[in-house]
Write a protein that binds this ligand. Structure first.
Ligand SMILES: Nc1ncnc2c1ncn2[C@@H]1O[C@H](COP(=O)(O)OP(=O)(O)OP(=O)(O)O)[C@@H](O)[C@H]1O
Ligand SMILES: [Mg+2]
Length: 508
Protein backbone atom coordinates (compact mmCIF):
# COMPACT_ATOMS: atom_id res chain seq x y z
CA UNK A 1 0.00 0.00 0.00
CA UNK A 2 2.77 2.37 1.04
CA UNK A 3 4.78 1.47 -2.00
CA UNK A 4 1.78 2.27 -4.19
CA UNK A 5 1.46 5.70 -2.58
CA UNK A 6 5.12 6.36 -3.13
CA UNK A 7 4.86 5.37 -6.76
CA UNK A 8 1.93 7.72 -7.14
CA UNK A 9 3.93 10.63 -5.73
CA UNK A 10 6.83 9.77 -7.99
CA UNK A 11 4.47 9.96 -10.93
CA UNK A 12 3.03 13.28 -9.79
CA UNK A 13 6.46 14.76 -9.38
CA UNK A 14 7.65 13.37 -12.65
CA UNK A 15 4.65 14.73 -14.58
CA UNK A 16 4.85 18.04 -12.82
CA UNK A 17 8.52 18.40 -13.74
CA UNK A 18 7.79 17.57 -17.37
CA UNK A 19 5.13 20.28 -17.54
CA UNK A 20 7.40 22.78 -15.82
CA UNK A 21 10.11 22.09 -18.37
CA UNK A 22 7.70 22.93 -21.17
CA UNK A 23 6.70 26.15 -19.43
CA UNK A 24 10.32 27.10 -18.87
CA UNK A 25 11.02 26.79 -22.58
CA UNK A 26 8.50 29.46 -23.54
CA UNK A 27 8.02 31.73 -20.54
CA UNK A 28 10.85 34.10 -21.37
CA UNK A 29 9.22 34.92 -24.74
CA UNK A 30 5.86 36.29 -23.59
CA UNK A 31 4.94 39.95 -23.78
CA UNK A 32 6.42 42.99 -25.49
CA UNK A 33 9.73 42.60 -23.66
CA UNK A 34 9.91 38.84 -24.20
CA UNK A 35 13.11 37.58 -25.77
CA UNK A 36 13.62 35.34 -28.78
CA UNK A 37 14.72 31.73 -28.69
CA UNK A 38 17.25 30.27 -31.07
CA UNK A 39 16.71 26.67 -32.04
CA UNK A 40 19.50 24.69 -33.65
CA UNK A 41 19.18 21.23 -35.16
CA UNK A 42 21.87 18.56 -35.58
CA UNK A 43 22.85 19.98 -38.98
CA UNK A 44 23.32 23.47 -37.60
CA UNK A 45 20.13 24.85 -39.17
CA UNK A 46 18.94 27.81 -37.18
CA UNK A 47 15.45 29.07 -36.39
CA UNK A 48 15.01 32.24 -34.39
CA UNK A 49 11.57 32.74 -32.94
CA UNK A 50 9.45 34.27 -30.24
CA UNK A 51 6.46 32.11 -31.04
CA UNK A 52 5.48 29.68 -28.29
CA UNK A 53 4.07 26.97 -30.53
CA UNK A 54 7.08 27.03 -32.87
CA UNK A 55 9.49 26.55 -29.98
CA UNK A 56 7.46 23.71 -28.52
CA UNK A 57 7.19 21.92 -31.84
CA UNK A 58 10.92 22.08 -32.44
CA UNK A 59 11.97 21.05 -28.96
CA UNK A 60 13.12 17.52 -28.36
CA UNK A 61 10.48 16.18 -26.01
CA UNK A 62 10.17 12.60 -24.84
CA UNK A 63 7.91 12.76 -21.82
CA UNK A 64 4.37 11.69 -22.77
CA UNK A 65 2.72 14.29 -20.56
CA UNK A 66 4.82 17.08 -22.04
CA UNK A 67 3.86 15.81 -25.48
CA UNK A 68 0.18 16.00 -24.55
CA UNK A 69 0.63 19.59 -23.53
CA UNK A 70 2.41 20.49 -26.76
CA UNK A 71 -0.27 18.74 -28.78
CA UNK A 72 -2.97 20.89 -27.24
CA UNK A 73 -0.97 24.08 -27.79
CA UNK A 74 -0.91 23.20 -31.49
CA UNK A 75 -4.69 23.18 -31.37
CA UNK A 76 -4.58 26.70 -29.93
CA UNK A 77 -2.52 27.89 -32.92
CA UNK A 78 -4.76 26.07 -35.39
CA UNK A 79 -8.01 27.33 -33.96
CA UNK A 80 -7.24 30.71 -32.43
CA UNK A 81 -4.15 31.75 -34.42
CA UNK A 82 -2.31 33.33 -31.47
CA UNK A 83 -1.90 33.17 -27.71
CA UNK A 84 0.08 29.94 -27.68
CA UNK A 85 2.50 31.06 -24.98
CA UNK A 86 -0.37 32.30 -22.82
CA UNK A 87 -2.19 28.97 -23.23
CA UNK A 88 0.95 26.95 -22.47
CA UNK A 89 1.62 28.94 -19.31
CA UNK A 90 -1.98 28.68 -18.12
CA UNK A 91 -2.13 24.94 -18.80
CA UNK A 92 1.17 24.44 -17.01
CA UNK A 93 0.02 26.44 -14.03
CA UNK A 94 -3.25 24.51 -13.77
CA UNK A 95 -1.42 21.20 -13.91
CA UNK A 96 1.32 22.05 -11.42
CA UNK A 97 -1.20 23.54 -8.97
CA UNK A 98 -3.56 20.63 -9.45
CA UNK A 99 -0.83 18.07 -8.83
CA UNK A 100 0.25 20.02 -5.77
CA UNK A 101 -3.29 19.80 -4.36
CA UNK A 102 -3.44 16.08 -5.07
CA UNK A 103 -0.14 15.49 -3.35
CA UNK A 104 -1.52 17.36 -0.31
CA UNK A 105 -4.36 14.87 -0.17
CA UNK A 106 -7.19 16.55 -2.10
CA UNK A 107 -8.99 13.83 -4.09
CA UNK A 108 -8.42 14.13 -7.83
CA UNK A 109 -12.18 14.05 -8.46
CA UNK A 110 -12.64 17.16 -6.30
CA UNK A 111 -9.83 19.02 -8.02
CA UNK A 112 -11.35 18.18 -11.39
CA UNK A 113 -14.82 19.34 -10.36
CA UNK A 114 -13.42 22.68 -9.23
CA UNK A 115 -11.22 22.99 -12.29
CA UNK A 116 -14.10 22.39 -14.68
CA UNK A 117 -16.28 24.86 -12.85
CA UNK A 118 -13.44 27.40 -12.76
CA UNK A 119 -12.75 27.23 -16.50
CA UNK A 120 -16.44 27.48 -17.41
CA UNK A 121 -17.03 30.39 -15.05
CA UNK A 122 -13.82 32.14 -16.19
CA UNK A 123 -14.96 31.90 -19.82
CA UNK A 124 -18.36 33.33 -18.92
CA UNK A 125 -16.76 36.20 -17.01
CA UNK A 126 -14.25 36.78 -19.81
CA UNK A 127 -17.06 37.15 -22.33
CA UNK A 128 -18.55 39.86 -20.14
CA UNK A 129 -15.24 41.75 -20.38
CA UNK A 130 -15.37 41.82 -24.19
CA UNK A 131 -15.93 44.93 -26.27
CA UNK A 132 -17.37 44.34 -29.73
CA UNK A 133 -15.69 45.83 -32.77
CA UNK A 134 -18.16 47.67 -34.98
CA UNK A 135 -16.37 47.70 -38.29
CA UNK A 136 -13.07 47.30 -40.08
CA UNK A 137 -12.33 51.01 -39.69
CA UNK A 138 -12.13 50.84 -35.90
CA UNK A 139 -8.67 51.94 -34.78
CA UNK A 140 -8.58 49.17 -32.17
CA UNK A 141 -8.23 46.60 -34.98
CA UNK A 142 -4.96 48.17 -36.01
CA UNK A 143 -3.91 47.94 -32.36
CA UNK A 144 -4.81 44.25 -32.33
CA UNK A 145 -2.58 43.71 -35.37
CA UNK A 146 0.19 45.76 -33.77
CA UNK A 147 0.13 43.85 -30.45
CA UNK A 148 -0.25 40.37 -31.99
CA UNK A 149 2.32 41.32 -34.64
CA UNK A 150 4.98 41.98 -32.02
CA UNK A 151 4.78 45.74 -32.41
CA UNK A 152 5.90 45.63 -36.02
CA UNK A 153 4.30 48.75 -37.46
CA UNK A 154 4.93 47.81 -41.08
CA UNK A 155 3.33 44.39 -40.64
CA UNK A 156 0.32 45.83 -38.80
CA UNK A 157 -0.26 48.33 -41.62
CA UNK A 158 0.12 45.64 -44.25
CA UNK A 159 -2.40 43.39 -42.49
CA UNK A 160 -4.94 46.22 -42.24
CA UNK A 161 -4.43 47.06 -45.92
CA UNK A 162 -5.05 43.41 -46.79
CA UNK A 163 -8.11 43.31 -44.55
CA UNK A 164 -9.57 46.34 -46.32
CA UNK A 165 -9.02 44.73 -49.71
CA UNK A 166 -10.65 41.47 -48.64
CA UNK A 167 -13.56 43.27 -47.02
CA UNK A 168 -15.58 42.89 -43.86
CA UNK A 169 -18.08 40.40 -45.27
CA UNK A 170 -15.43 37.85 -46.21
CA UNK A 171 -13.55 38.35 -42.92
CA UNK A 172 -16.73 37.57 -41.01
CA UNK A 173 -17.15 34.31 -42.93
CA UNK A 174 -16.12 31.57 -40.48
CA UNK A 175 -14.80 29.29 -43.24
CA UNK A 176 -12.36 31.93 -44.49
CA UNK A 177 -8.89 31.97 -42.91
CA UNK A 178 -7.34 35.41 -43.29
CA UNK A 179 -3.97 34.19 -41.99
CA UNK A 180 -3.67 31.84 -44.95
CA UNK A 181 -3.45 34.86 -47.24
CA UNK A 182 -0.06 35.79 -45.74
CA UNK A 183 3.14 34.80 -47.55
CA UNK A 184 6.69 35.71 -46.62
CA UNK A 185 9.25 35.92 -49.40
CA UNK A 186 12.96 36.21 -48.90
CA UNK A 187 14.45 39.19 -50.72
CA UNK A 188 11.10 40.68 -51.71
CA UNK A 189 9.53 43.96 -50.65
CA UNK A 190 6.35 44.01 -48.58
CA UNK A 191 3.10 44.65 -50.42
CA UNK A 192 -0.52 43.66 -50.66
CA UNK A 193 -1.38 42.02 -53.96
CA UNK A 194 -4.80 42.13 -55.48
CA UNK A 195 -4.29 38.57 -56.61
CA UNK A 196 -2.24 35.45 -55.93
CA UNK A 197 1.41 34.51 -55.85
CA UNK A 198 2.65 31.41 -57.64
CA UNK A 199 6.02 30.23 -56.37
CA UNK A 200 7.17 28.81 -59.71
CA UNK A 201 8.80 30.20 -62.84
CA UNK A 202 7.81 30.09 -66.50
CA UNK A 203 8.72 26.78 -68.09
CA UNK A 204 11.18 28.23 -70.62
CA UNK A 205 12.93 31.56 -70.93
CA UNK A 206 11.36 32.13 -74.35
CA UNK A 207 7.91 32.27 -72.83
CA UNK A 208 6.53 35.71 -71.88
CA UNK A 209 7.60 37.13 -68.51
CA UNK A 210 4.77 39.61 -68.38
CA UNK A 211 1.26 39.67 -69.83
CA UNK A 212 -1.31 42.43 -69.70
CA UNK A 213 -4.89 42.90 -70.83
CA UNK A 214 -7.74 40.45 -70.75
CA UNK A 215 -5.57 37.35 -70.26
CA UNK A 216 -7.19 33.96 -70.78
CA UNK A 217 -5.96 31.54 -68.11
CA UNK A 218 -6.22 27.76 -68.00
CA UNK A 219 -5.70 25.96 -64.68
CA UNK A 220 -4.85 22.30 -65.09
CA UNK A 221 -5.06 19.99 -62.11
CA UNK A 222 -3.00 17.41 -63.96
CA UNK A 223 0.10 16.91 -66.11
CA UNK A 224 0.09 18.31 -69.63
CA UNK A 225 1.32 15.09 -71.10
CA UNK A 226 0.20 12.46 -73.53
CA UNK A 227 -1.87 9.55 -72.17
CA UNK A 228 0.39 6.70 -71.14
CA UNK A 229 0.14 3.18 -72.51
CA UNK A 230 0.20 0.11 -70.32
CA UNK A 231 3.47 -1.55 -69.34
CA UNK A 232 5.21 -3.24 -72.23
CA UNK A 233 2.71 -1.98 -74.83
CA UNK A 234 5.47 -0.28 -76.79
CA UNK A 235 7.22 -3.60 -77.33
CA UNK A 236 4.48 -4.82 -79.65
CA UNK A 237 3.82 -3.52 -83.17
CA UNK A 238 0.18 -2.70 -82.43
CA UNK A 239 1.18 -1.01 -79.19
CA UNK A 240 3.68 1.16 -81.01
CA UNK A 241 1.06 2.11 -83.61
CA UNK A 242 -1.31 3.06 -80.84
CA UNK A 243 1.41 5.19 -79.27
CA UNK A 244 1.91 7.07 -82.53
CA UNK A 245 -1.83 7.69 -82.84
CA UNK A 246 -1.99 9.03 -79.30
CA UNK A 247 1.03 11.22 -79.91
CA UNK A 248 -0.57 12.75 -82.99
CA UNK A 249 -3.84 13.19 -81.14
CA UNK A 250 -2.06 14.94 -78.26
CA UNK A 251 -0.36 17.35 -80.69
CA UNK A 252 -3.69 18.13 -82.35
CA UNK A 253 -5.21 18.85 -78.95
CA UNK A 254 -2.37 21.18 -78.00
CA UNK A 255 -2.88 23.00 -81.30
CA UNK A 256 -6.60 23.23 -80.51
CA UNK A 257 -5.71 24.68 -77.12
CA UNK A 258 -3.48 27.28 -78.77
CA UNK A 259 -6.24 28.17 -81.23
CA UNK A 260 -8.58 29.01 -78.35
CA UNK A 261 -6.35 32.01 -77.68
CA UNK A 262 -5.28 30.84 -74.22
CA UNK A 263 -2.35 32.94 -73.00
CA UNK A 264 -1.36 31.32 -69.71
CA UNK A 265 -1.47 27.69 -68.59
CA UNK A 266 -0.77 26.68 -64.98
CA UNK A 267 -0.37 22.96 -64.37
CA UNK A 268 -0.23 20.89 -61.23
CA UNK A 269 2.38 18.55 -62.64
CA UNK A 270 4.85 18.24 -65.52
CA UNK A 271 4.51 19.41 -69.12
CA UNK A 272 5.55 17.31 -72.10
CA UNK A 273 8.51 18.71 -74.11
CA UNK A 274 6.68 18.66 -77.41
CA UNK A 275 3.71 20.48 -75.88
CA UNK A 276 5.99 23.04 -74.26
CA UNK A 277 7.65 23.72 -77.62
CA UNK A 278 4.35 24.27 -79.43
CA UNK A 279 3.01 26.51 -76.66
CA UNK A 280 6.24 28.47 -76.49
CA UNK A 281 6.13 29.10 -80.25
CA UNK A 282 2.60 30.38 -79.86
CA UNK A 283 3.70 32.81 -77.14
CA UNK A 284 1.79 31.06 -74.36
CA UNK A 285 3.10 31.27 -70.79
CA UNK A 286 3.28 27.80 -69.24
CA UNK A 287 4.00 27.17 -65.57
CA UNK A 288 4.46 23.58 -64.40
CA UNK A 289 4.42 21.89 -61.00
CA UNK A 290 2.46 24.61 -59.24
CA UNK A 291 1.79 23.66 -55.58
CA UNK A 292 -1.78 22.44 -55.27
CA UNK A 293 -2.88 25.06 -52.75
CA UNK A 294 -1.67 27.83 -55.06
CA UNK A 295 -3.43 26.20 -58.00
CA UNK A 296 -6.73 26.14 -56.13
CA UNK A 297 -6.37 29.82 -55.14
CA UNK A 298 -5.42 30.67 -58.69
CA UNK A 299 -8.48 28.96 -60.13
CA UNK A 300 -10.72 30.70 -57.62
CA UNK A 301 -9.20 34.10 -58.24
CA UNK A 302 -9.24 33.82 -62.03
CA UNK A 303 -12.68 32.23 -62.09
CA UNK A 304 -11.25 29.20 -63.90
CA UNK A 305 -12.30 25.61 -63.51
CA UNK A 306 -9.68 23.16 -62.29
CA UNK A 307 -9.56 20.78 -65.24
CA UNK A 308 -7.98 17.42 -66.02
CA UNK A 309 -6.05 16.77 -69.22
CA UNK A 310 -8.96 14.78 -70.64
CA UNK A 311 -10.80 18.06 -71.06
CA UNK A 312 -8.43 18.71 -73.99
CA UNK A 313 -10.54 16.21 -75.88
CA UNK A 314 -13.53 18.54 -75.69
CA UNK A 315 -14.48 20.85 -78.56
CA UNK A 316 -12.73 24.25 -78.46
CA UNK A 317 -15.91 26.12 -77.46
CA UNK A 318 -16.40 23.97 -74.38
CA UNK A 319 -12.73 24.12 -73.50
CA UNK A 320 -12.89 27.92 -73.53
CA UNK A 321 -15.70 27.95 -71.01
CA UNK A 322 -13.37 26.48 -68.43
CA UNK A 323 -10.82 29.25 -68.70
CA UNK A 324 -10.57 32.10 -66.25
CA UNK A 325 -9.03 35.52 -66.69
CA UNK A 326 -6.54 37.96 -65.19
CA UNK A 327 -5.50 41.49 -66.10
CA UNK A 328 -1.81 41.29 -65.27
CA UNK A 329 0.63 38.42 -64.92
CA UNK A 330 4.19 39.27 -64.04
CA UNK A 331 7.12 36.98 -63.32
CA UNK A 332 10.09 37.76 -61.11
CA UNK A 333 13.18 35.87 -62.23
CA UNK A 334 15.22 36.80 -59.19
CA UNK A 335 12.64 35.64 -56.69
CA UNK A 336 11.43 32.73 -58.85
CA UNK A 337 7.76 33.58 -58.58
CA UNK A 338 4.86 34.90 -60.64
CA UNK A 339 2.13 37.31 -59.56
CA UNK A 340 -1.29 36.79 -61.07
CA UNK A 341 -3.35 39.93 -60.55
CA UNK A 342 -6.83 41.22 -61.27
CA UNK A 343 -8.49 37.82 -61.63
CA UNK A 344 -11.97 37.60 -63.07
CA UNK A 345 -13.18 35.35 -60.23
CA UNK A 346 -13.18 36.02 -56.51
CA UNK A 347 -11.20 38.95 -55.09
CA UNK A 348 -8.19 37.54 -53.34
CA UNK A 349 -5.67 39.67 -51.51
CA UNK A 350 -2.26 38.17 -50.83
CA UNK A 351 -0.16 39.82 -48.19
CA UNK A 352 3.50 39.57 -49.13
CA UNK A 353 5.86 40.09 -46.25
CA UNK A 354 9.38 40.80 -47.34
CA UNK A 355 12.40 39.66 -45.36
CA UNK A 356 16.06 40.17 -46.09
CA UNK A 357 17.42 36.85 -44.89
CA UNK A 358 16.26 33.26 -44.70
CA UNK A 359 16.58 33.18 -40.91
CA UNK A 360 13.98 35.87 -40.40
CA UNK A 361 11.63 35.03 -43.23
CA UNK A 362 9.88 32.31 -41.21
CA UNK A 363 9.51 34.50 -38.14
CA UNK A 364 8.13 37.40 -40.20
CA UNK A 365 5.55 35.05 -41.66
CA UNK A 366 4.58 33.75 -38.20
CA UNK A 367 4.23 37.29 -36.86
CA UNK A 368 2.12 38.43 -39.80
CA UNK A 369 -0.07 35.32 -39.57
CA UNK A 370 -0.66 35.87 -35.85
CA UNK A 371 -1.61 39.47 -36.59
CA UNK A 372 -3.97 38.48 -39.40
CA UNK A 373 -5.67 35.77 -37.33
CA UNK A 374 -6.06 38.17 -34.41
CA UNK A 375 -7.61 40.91 -36.52
CA UNK A 376 -10.14 38.49 -37.98
CA UNK A 377 -10.89 36.99 -34.59
CA UNK A 378 -11.39 40.42 -32.95
CA UNK A 379 -13.70 41.48 -35.76
CA UNK A 380 -15.78 38.35 -35.28
CA UNK A 381 -15.94 38.07 -31.49
CA UNK A 382 -14.66 41.30 -29.98
CA UNK A 383 -11.63 42.17 -27.88
CA UNK A 384 -10.49 42.59 -24.28
CA UNK A 385 -7.86 44.73 -22.54
CA UNK A 386 -4.44 43.06 -22.87
CA UNK A 387 -1.40 42.79 -20.64
CA UNK A 388 -3.22 40.28 -18.45
CA UNK A 389 -5.79 42.94 -17.37
CA UNK A 390 -8.83 40.89 -18.40
CA UNK A 391 -7.45 37.72 -16.82
CA UNK A 392 -6.79 39.47 -13.51
CA UNK A 393 -10.30 40.96 -13.48
CA UNK A 394 -11.75 37.50 -14.13
CA UNK A 395 -9.52 35.98 -11.41
CA UNK A 396 -10.80 38.53 -8.88
CA UNK A 397 -14.43 37.73 -9.64
CA UNK A 398 -13.79 33.99 -9.68
CA UNK A 399 -12.27 34.29 -6.23
CA UNK A 400 -15.72 35.36 -4.99
CA UNK A 401 -17.86 33.11 -7.17
CA UNK A 402 -15.92 29.96 -6.24
CA UNK A 403 -17.81 29.92 -2.95
CA UNK A 404 -20.66 28.37 -4.89
CA UNK A 405 -18.59 25.18 -4.82
CA UNK A 406 -18.84 22.83 -1.92
CA UNK A 407 -16.08 21.00 -0.08
CA UNK A 408 -12.63 20.52 -1.50
CA UNK A 409 -13.65 21.39 -5.07
CA UNK A 410 -12.68 24.95 -4.17
CA UNK A 411 -9.06 23.85 -4.46
CA UNK A 412 -9.72 23.00 -8.12
CA UNK A 413 -11.05 26.50 -8.78
CA UNK A 414 -7.88 27.85 -7.16
CA UNK A 415 -5.87 26.18 -9.93
CA UNK A 416 -7.79 28.24 -12.49
CA UNK A 417 -7.28 31.42 -10.48
CA UNK A 418 -3.53 30.78 -10.35
CA UNK A 419 -3.52 30.11 -14.09
CA UNK A 420 -5.34 33.37 -14.81
CA UNK A 421 -2.65 35.31 -12.95
CA UNK A 422 0.24 33.57 -14.66
CA UNK A 423 0.36 35.44 -18.02
CA UNK A 424 0.37 38.79 -16.18
CA UNK A 425 3.10 37.64 -13.81
CA UNK A 426 5.29 36.45 -16.66
CA UNK A 427 4.75 39.49 -18.91
CA UNK A 428 5.72 41.75 -16.00
CA UNK A 429 8.71 39.57 -15.03
CA UNK A 430 10.00 39.64 -18.59
CA UNK A 431 9.76 43.43 -18.57
CA UNK A 432 12.03 43.50 -15.51
CA UNK A 433 9.50 44.24 -12.74
CA UNK A 434 8.60 42.44 -9.55
CA UNK A 435 5.49 40.40 -10.40
CA UNK A 436 4.11 40.03 -6.87
CA UNK A 437 4.38 43.72 -6.14
CA UNK A 438 2.76 44.65 -9.45
CA UNK A 439 0.04 42.05 -8.97
CA UNK A 440 -0.96 43.68 -5.71
CA UNK A 441 -0.88 47.15 -7.28
CA UNK A 442 -3.10 46.18 -10.20
CA UNK A 443 -5.48 44.23 -8.01
CA UNK A 444 -6.05 47.25 -5.77
CA UNK A 445 -6.25 49.72 -8.66
CA UNK A 446 -8.84 47.65 -10.56
CA UNK A 447 -10.97 47.38 -7.45
CA UNK A 448 -10.62 50.98 -6.27
CA UNK A 449 -11.24 52.55 -9.66
CA UNK A 450 -13.76 49.89 -10.72
CA UNK A 451 -11.88 49.59 -13.99
CA UNK A 452 -11.03 46.14 -15.34
CA UNK A 453 -8.87 47.56 -18.12
CA UNK A 454 -6.12 48.54 -15.73
CA UNK A 455 -2.82 46.69 -15.80
CA UNK A 456 0.89 47.36 -16.06
CA UNK A 457 1.94 48.97 -19.31
CA UNK A 458 5.32 47.38 -19.91
CA UNK A 459 6.48 50.34 -21.94
CA UNK A 460 6.36 52.55 -18.84
CA UNK A 461 6.14 50.13 -15.91
CA UNK A 462 3.12 52.05 -14.62
CA UNK A 463 -0.55 51.22 -14.24
CA UNK A 464 -2.47 52.27 -17.30
CA UNK A 465 -5.88 51.76 -18.89
CA UNK A 466 -4.62 49.30 -21.48
CA UNK A 467 -7.83 49.48 -23.52
CA UNK A 468 -7.32 53.20 -24.01
CA UNK A 469 -3.59 52.66 -24.58
CA UNK A 470 -4.53 50.30 -27.43
CA UNK A 471 -2.98 47.20 -25.84
CA UNK A 472 -5.77 44.79 -26.67
CA UNK A 473 -6.18 41.07 -27.40
CA UNK A 474 -8.96 39.19 -29.21
CA UNK A 475 -11.57 37.64 -26.91
CA UNK A 476 -11.58 34.33 -28.75
CA UNK A 477 -7.82 33.87 -28.28
CA UNK A 478 -8.39 34.21 -24.52
CA UNK A 479 -11.41 31.90 -24.42
CA UNK A 480 -9.71 29.25 -26.47
CA UNK A 481 -6.57 29.50 -24.36
CA UNK A 482 -8.58 28.92 -21.19
CA UNK A 483 -10.42 25.95 -22.65
CA UNK A 484 -7.28 24.41 -24.06
CA UNK A 485 -5.48 24.82 -20.75
CA UNK A 486 -8.44 23.35 -18.86
CA UNK A 487 -8.77 20.35 -21.13
CA UNK A 488 -5.12 19.40 -21.11
CA UNK A 489 -4.82 19.97 -17.36
CA UNK A 490 -7.81 17.71 -16.76
CA UNK A 491 -6.38 15.01 -19.01
CA UNK A 492 -3.00 15.12 -17.28
CA UNK A 493 -4.49 15.16 -13.77
CA UNK A 494 -6.54 12.10 -14.60
CA UNK A 495 -3.43 10.04 -15.29
CA UNK A 496 -2.94 7.69 -12.42
CA UNK A 497 -0.21 5.61 -13.88
CA UNK A 498 1.94 5.57 -16.99
CA UNK A 499 2.68 2.18 -18.46
CA UNK A 500 5.16 1.73 -21.25
CA UNK A 501 3.54 -0.28 -24.01
CA UNK A 502 5.18 -3.45 -25.27
CA UNK A 503 7.14 -2.76 -28.41
CA UNK A 504 5.59 -4.15 -31.54
CA UNK A 505 7.59 -7.14 -32.71
CA UNK A 506 7.49 -8.23 -36.25
CA UNK A 507 6.88 -11.94 -36.74
CA UNK A 508 8.67 -13.50 -39.64
N1 LIG B 1 2.97 47.29 -23.69
C1 LIG B 1 2.44 46.19 -23.17
N2 LIG B 1 2.24 46.12 -21.83
C2 LIG B 1 1.71 45.02 -21.26
N3 LIG B 1 1.35 43.92 -21.95
C3 LIG B 1 1.50 43.92 -23.28
C4 LIG B 1 2.05 45.05 -23.96
N4 LIG B 1 2.09 44.76 -25.28
C5 LIG B 1 1.58 43.48 -25.42
N5 LIG B 1 1.23 42.98 -24.23
C6 LIG B 1 0.63 41.65 -23.95
O1 LIG B 1 1.50 40.59 -24.29
C7 LIG B 1 0.72 39.41 -24.56
C8 LIG B 1 1.13 38.74 -25.85
O2 LIG B 1 2.40 38.23 -25.74
P1 LIG B 1 2.96 37.16 -26.79
O3 LIG B 1 2.51 37.51 -28.16
O4 LIG B 1 4.42 37.04 -26.52
O5 LIG B 1 2.28 35.82 -26.30
P2 LIG B 1 1.13 34.92 -26.89
O6 LIG B 1 0.31 35.71 -27.84
O7 LIG B 1 0.46 34.30 -25.74
O8 LIG B 1 1.91 33.75 -27.59
P3 LIG B 1 2.45 33.59 -29.11
O9 LIG B 1 2.38 34.95 -29.76
O10 LIG B 1 3.84 33.10 -28.90
O11 LIG B 1 1.54 32.59 -29.73
C9 LIG B 1 -0.72 39.86 -24.71
O12 LIG B 1 -1.46 39.47 -23.60
C10 LIG B 1 -0.60 41.38 -24.79
O13 LIG B 1 -1.74 42.05 -24.30
MG1 LIG C 1 1.13 36.68 -29.57
Amino acid sequence: MNEQREQKFDLIENNSNAVRAVMAAVESTIGPKGLDTMLVDQFGNVVITNDGVTILNMMEVNHPVARMLIHSINAQQEEAGDGTTTAALMAGEMVTHGLEQVSKGVPVAQVLTGLRYGVKEACRLMELEAVLVGSLDTGQLYNIAYVAGREDEAIAKLIMEGAALIGQEKLLDASFRFSQRVRAVEGAGSEVLNGVLVTKERLTRQMPLELEGDIKVMVLDDALEQEELGNGALATESGFQQYLVLKEQFKTNIQKLIDTGVQAVFADRGVDDAAAELLEEAGVLVVARVPHKELVDLAEHCGAKLVKRTSLLKPADELKKQFGSATHIIGNEKLHNIKVLGGGGKAMATILVGATTGEVVGEKERIAKDAAASVQSALQRGLVAGGGAAELAVARQLEQNKNALSGMAVFGADCVIAALKKPFMQIVTNAGFNPLEKLGDVHRAQELQQNNHLSINCDTGRIDDLYIAGIVDPLYVKLHGLKTAGEVAEAILRINIIVKKKEYQQTS
